[in-house]
Ligand binder design. Structure first.
Ligand SMILES: [Zn+2]
Length: 235
């Protein structure tokens, strides 16, 4: 009887802790997750205090953006024709100088390390570069961004490998490339996620130029029980 009671208590406690851990995600992340739409590749639409888009590319239908964040000038990230689909006169574009040259409107240029406030949203440009390939060299000064939405720090890594600068980042939600070839592989991205320790990681940079959903699933599998991962459906 005593054993049965002990077993029941153990089951109760473990199920409570399961509910608690899911509850934590609900409380801190789910609300913002509801407002994140993946439009493919590195393009996310994030609706918080402002409507923010990242790296607009191959957009079918867009809403007017308050802020557009662009990580670097490669055509699949800095796409003037896609920017036009979501740009209104007051839209602020934050971009690297080489991308800014291709665009017009209200543009703020950034280098790695810059911190700016746009429309009340704090935005940090952080380094993004390759370490075991040459597509995105450190000298290009291309970036990822950390920006705050509804009290959560969202990190979009840009086209990057796992770099040492990721280890000091404080972020709640990390959007990480997983395709390999031009950026981290799923395995490298999982190592990055373990170093960054976000509350939630979302794989990106697959299904368009390189990589497939297989890479996203591999990323999630590798982080099972370690970092919460959500694979978004492309809209
Ligand atoms: Zn690139």
């Amino acid at each position: 009887m005593k054993k049965l009671f002990t077993a029941l208590v153990v089951i109760l406690i473990s199920s409570l802790s399961l509910v608690f851990s899911e509850g934590q995600r609900l409380k801190e992340v789910v609300k913002i997750l509801e407002n994140i739409t993946w439009l493919g590749h590195d393009c996310f639409k994030i609706k918080g205090e402002k409507l923010i888009y990242t790296d607009p590319f191959q957009i079918k239908k867009g809403d007017p953006a308050d802020i557009i964040l662009i990580t670097h000038e490669h055509y699949d990230h800095c796409s003037p024709q896609d920017v036009k689909k979501i740009q209104k006169p007051s839209t602020v574009i934050v971009a690297t100088p080489d991308c800014a040259k291709k665009l017009s409107g209200n543009i703020k240029t950034v280098n790695p390390g810059d911190k700016i406030t746009v429309e009340g949203i704090s935005i940090e440009a952080v380094p993004a570069y390759n370490t075991n390939k040459q597509f995105h060299t450190k000298g290009n000064n291309w970036v990822g961004y950390i920006f705050t939405v509804m009290g959560q720090r969202v990190y979009i890594a840009g086209d990057t490998d796992y770099i040492k600068e990721m280890e000091g980042l404080k972020t709640d939600i990390a959007l990480l490339p997983v395709s390999g070839i031009y950026v981290m592989t799923a395995d490298e991205a999982a190592k990055a996620a373990l170093a960054i320790k976000p509350k939630l990681a979302i794989p990106m940079h697959y299904g368009a130029i390189a990589g497939s959903e297989k890479d996203a699933k591999r990323f999630k599998e590798l982080l099972e029980g370690k970092v919460d991962v959500e694979i978004l459906k492309q809209q």
